[in-house]
Design a protein around this ligand. Structure first.
Ligand code: URA
Length: 252
């Protein structure tokens, strides 16, 4: 049995001085990723922004808060259910508390670990330079589902052009070479990747009050990801699909 936490820590340290691409000179921190090493849900975003760069952790800004809101409202953790119920229509919640609970279930990372200047999209060569780190994270976490956040992340994982407003809510299998660092011959392992809209896009279009708007669609997309986890736990561990999980058809 590998000690995933120790392995991840070793990787984090290994990447902390990376100068593998042109993002290195302007970054403050390498934003490796964080969360539960045994998480069943792996979140892959695009790139660190200003806050992430300063704090060295992914999704710590406003977009991360919004993403957490969707994760919390589709969760079956009793503490999150209580927080979401109390939040009601006001939408106010204790972001730190929610993140702390979510870190039991989720691992967050990005396709590139360093902030692109002016928050531009990461370039193809930068994504390529960071790919080994991303693949190492995927096979170490060995998630049940990957939530791929935004177009840039989806294109990076698929290795081809994508259209996120068309592809969101769809599941794509990605193949990851198994444990290339172990010296064993590489095998391929498939992971289901569910594409979701980027929360920064949702903040820009601001359609939260619209039923069936992009915000609603994102809620159901993330719920679909949660269902993949439920089905896995049922098939592999005989754990019943939790009745607390919100219904797919009706949000309110
Ligand atoms: N923060 C991140 O870490 N990644 C994103 O894609 C957006 C915000």
């Amino acid at each position: 049995m590998i000690d995933k936490a120790a392995w991840l820590e070793q990787m984090r340290q290994g990447w902390s001085q990376c100068h593998g691409c042109k993002l290195a000179p302007t970054r403050k921190n390498v934003v490796f990723g964080y969360g539960n090493p045994d998480a069943q849900i792996l979140i892959i975003g695009e790139a660190p922004g200003k806050n992430e760069d300063l704090q060295g952790s992914p999704f710590v800004g406003e977009a991360g808060e919004l993403l957490d809101k969707y994760l919390a409202s589709t969760s079956v953790d009793p503490r999150l259910i209580e927080i979401v119920t109390e939040m009601g229509k006001s939408g106010d919640f204790n972001a730190r508390e929610v993140r702390e609970i979510l870190l039991n279930y989720v691992f967050y990372t990005n396709v590139v670990a360093c902030r692109p200047p002016e928050n531009r999209d990461p370039a193809r060569d930068e994504i390529a330079a960071c790919r080994t780190r991303l693949l190492e994270i995927i096979y170490t976490i060995d998630p049940v589902v990957v939530l791929v956040v935004g177009r840039v992340s989806l294109e990076a994982l698929l290795g081809k052009a994508a259209q996120i407003t068309r592809d969101r809510g769809n599941v794509f299998d990605i193949e990851v070479p198994a444990r290339p660092l172990s010296g064993l011959p590489a095998r391929k392992i498939k992971y289901p990747c569910l594409a979701v809209l980027h929360p920064a896009y949702l903040m820009r279009i601001n359609d939260f009050s619209q039923e069936d708007g992009m915000s609603d669609k994102t809620y159901f997309d993330i719920l679909k990801g949660m269902r993949i986890v439920d089905e896995f736990n049922w098939h592999h561990f005989g754990i019943k699909q939790p009745k607390e999980r919100p219904q797919e058809k009706k949000k309110k």
